[in-house]
Design a protein around this ligand. Structure first.
Ligand code: DAH
Length: 349
């Protein structure tokens, strides 16, 4: 047999032995394979050129062999292409230079959005964020805040106690962020102007209107000559920033152990404009927060001289703020992680 035929047979064997599994960068390799055999200056065209010069009596057999080679190369390429196509998706996940798959953007939880907004509003008038522990002792939760020993908040029914050992201070999940006031006053000298956002815990049955975990923001301002007028102006500023320029406020006398005098603030109902609706229960007003002048006993307990300094404090529930701002009717929605609920706040950054 001629040398040419030997060459052709060797190529055919080579083609048939080429396994796609061995090819790493498949698409590029397939193309290289195609160029090598079927390209303009490829093996097969070159062999056809040589074919022209072979003696006539060898042409029949060589022609047949050449056509077999061409068919083998073409078939192999078809086989490779099908394989590449089949593995395209797998291929693309392996290619680190490929752009990533589109994934939906998440959004902040509505409670974070509202909490950040409250922080923003207060930071614009010089309040800085203070944070503290969620597991607190009796002193910071109650005693330093002037709670009498028999106050119902100290009861198991309201408070989750963590530890109750003979002769040791009781430790509980904090029931309010007012405990941060105490920690800040113990460790800093006035002027103090802080805002304390955080999670609080109460032993409540979960319903549309109550939850055992919720969030509060506490504010505290202690300095010389801080007056009730400062508190009132701060409240008005906050209400307008949070609920709109047209918002009005009113203060009702109230009682908290740690403030004297104490008040609760209402804002004019933004839903009905004060005419009365089912949100404000027909009153035209919505209860928003508790506040007051820091009780001198609290200042004293925290090492601040009440004859030299005065202060105001206020505390609000974040869930309630979000309820009023976005008309959320059921507290449980905040914690259920139902995307149909969460997605409604997508556009809020
Ligand atoms: N700690 C109170 C509560 O959990 C809220 C509160 C009321 C905080 C009046 C204050 C305040 O600072 O002055 O219900």
């Amino acid at each position: 047999m001629s040398i040419l035929n030997d060459k052709i047979q060797a190529y055919i064997q080579d083609i048939q032995a080429t396994q796609i599994e061995n090819i790493q960068d498949r698409a590029a390799r397939v193309e290289m394979f195609r160029v090598k055999y079927l390209g303009k200056k490829g093996v097969i065209n070159e062999l056809f050129e040589q074919f022209k010069t072979v003696p006539n009596d060898e042409k029949k057999e060589l022609g047949k062999a050449l056509n077999m080679l061409k068919a083998a190369a073409t078939n192999k390429i078809e086989e490779f292409k099908a394989f590449v196509e089949e593995h395209q998706t797998q291929e693309s996940t392996n290619d680190l230079t490929m752009p990533t798959d589109f994934s939906e953007l998440g959004s902040r939880h509505v409670l974070s959005v509202v909490m950040n907004e409250i922080i923003d509003i207060f930071s614009r008038i010089g309040f800085t964020v203070a944070e503290s522990v969620e597991i607190e002792d009796d002193w910071h939760l109650f005693s330093a805040l002037n709670f009498p020993h028999d106050h119902p908040a100290r009861d198991m029914q309201d408070t989750f106690f963590v530890e109750k050992e003979e002769g040791r201070q009781e430790v509980a999940l904090r029931t309010h962020t007012s405990s941060v006031q105490v920690r800040v006053m113990e460790n800093n000298k006035p002027p103090i102007r802080i805002i304390a956002p955080g999670r609080v815990f109460r032993n409540e049955a979960i319903s549309a209107r109550a939850h055992c975990i919720f969030h509060q923001v506490e504010a505290l301002y202690v300095d010389k000559n801080v007056s009730f007028a400062d508190l009132k102006q701060t409240l008005l500023y906050f209400a307008k920033e949070m609920f709109g320029e047209q918002t009005q406020i009113r203060l009702r006398p109230s009682y908290f152990p740690f403030t004297e005098p104490s008040a609760e603030m209402d804002i004019s109902c933004g839903i009905c404009g004060g005419k009365g609706c089912n949100i404000c229960k027909g009153t035209g007003w919505l209860e928003i927060l508790g506040c007051g002048m820091v009780d001198p006993n609290v200042l004293k307990a925290c090492g601040i001289d009440p004859n030299e300094y005065t202060g105001f404090a206020l505390g609000m529930g974040v869930e309630r703020m979000a309820m009023l701002k976005y008309q959320v009717r059921d507290l449980r929605l905040y914690f259920e992680n139902d995307l149909r609920f969460l997605k409604q706040f997508d556009s809020i950054v």
